[in-house]
Design a binder for this molecule. Structure first.
Ligand code: CUA
Length: 326
């Protein structure tokens, strides 16, 4: 396991470097997007050069050259026939290229439902019957080399799912289910970001996709399906009591406990996440305690109320317990 990183800075740093993530594909579906981008950019450059050349000739060319570009036939061919043919060909080609990005899932294909919420991501790994087998939040685990079908939904307003190195953007629209396919060719952590303005903390709605080698993925899945471990020590056990006594379970589910709330992110495995607050903070006991005490100072407008009433000792105990949930 790699050390926790702030995914927001990862994406921001990546966007400052070259190539930017959308042009640095790490899977076949993002490869389609990168290919389309380069071809369209090449076409744009070619047309720009031709138009600029015609402009230079029209302004400064010899009289016989100027007469040539002023012919009516040039307008008919260059201004009408050429765009119709080229744009139609590009449309057909791009629709063909992107067709299987949204095709219905094949039998046996792994399916994950990702729901955009203000301002985090609900993640449910579905079993063969389409039921949620594993619940999680803000992090998506996939095996490498296999297509994974994502069912993208929204609970409140329109969000947009975007992991630039794995696939293009797709909107998450209330009342609709949009299907997207992603695949990673190599193990790694791929940063994602909500790509549709969804209210105040929209820019702080990040997430990560963690791609595992197949054997590692099976191990991860077996761990998630096994009964969760009890608190490792008395301090963490006290944290579990503080969590229960302060009603945290009304909004958060922690598998294997009485906490069963579904309004906020599932915390069953929050200790294993690479980030907190939907991709904006590194995950450790200090940031966990700080988030619980006053998340409004970190991510203004988010739906979690501050818990400044908790003593420092209680905060540390809750953070120790949640941090042990891996
Ligand atoms: Cu969710 Cu922007």
């Amino acid at each position: 396991m790699s050390p926790p990183t702030s995914t927001r800075s990862t994406l921001a740093e990546a966007l400052r470097g070259w190539p930017p993530p959308p042009l640095d594909p790490a899977g076949p579906h993002s490869g389609v997007v990168a290919t389309l981008s380069w071809v369209l950019f090449g076409m744009f450059l070619a047309v720009l050069l031709v138009v600029a050349a015609a402009l230079v000739i029209a302004l400064f060319g010899k009289p016989e050259w100027r007469a040539r570009v002023a012919r009516e036939r040039v307008i008919w061919i260059g201004g009408l026939a050429f765009p119709i043919v080229v744009l139609t060909a590009l449309l057909v080609w791009s629709l063909t290229m992107t067709r299987d990005l949204t095709a219905p899932p094949a039998a046996g294909e792994m399916r994950v439902r990702v729901t955009g919420e203000m301002w985090w991501w609900r993640v449910a790994y579905l079993d063969g019957a389409g039921q949620a087998a594993i619940l999680d939040a803000n992090e998506l685990h996939i095996p490498v080399g296999r297509p994974v079908t994502l069912e993208l939904e929204a609970a409140d307003v329109i969000h947009s799912f975007w992991v630039p190195r794995l696939a293009g953007k797709l909107d998450m629209i209330p009342g609709r289910r949009n299907v997207m396919r992603i695949q990673a060719d190599a193990p790694g952590v791929y940063a994602g970001q909500c790509a549709e303005y969804c209210g105040g903390p929209h820019a702080l709605m990040g997430f990560v996709v963690v791609a595992h080698a197949p054997a590692d993925f099976e191990r991860w899945r077996a761990e998630r399906l096994a009964p969760p471990p009890p608190p490792p020590d008395a301090f963490a056990a006290r944290g579990a009591e503080v969590f229960a006594a302060n009603g945290c379970g009304a909004c958060h589910r922690v598998r294997g406990t009485t906490a069963n709330g579904l309004a906020g992110p599932d915390l069953s495995y929050v200790g294993s996440r690479r980030s907190l607050g939907a991709g904006i903070l590194p995950n450790n006991q200090g940031t966990l305690a700080g988030w619980i005490a006053d998340s409004q100072a970190i991510k203004p407008g988010n739906r979690m109320p501050p818990y400044k009433v908790l003593t420092g000792e209680d905060l540390r105990a809750v953070a120790a317990w949640l941090g042990s949930r891996k």
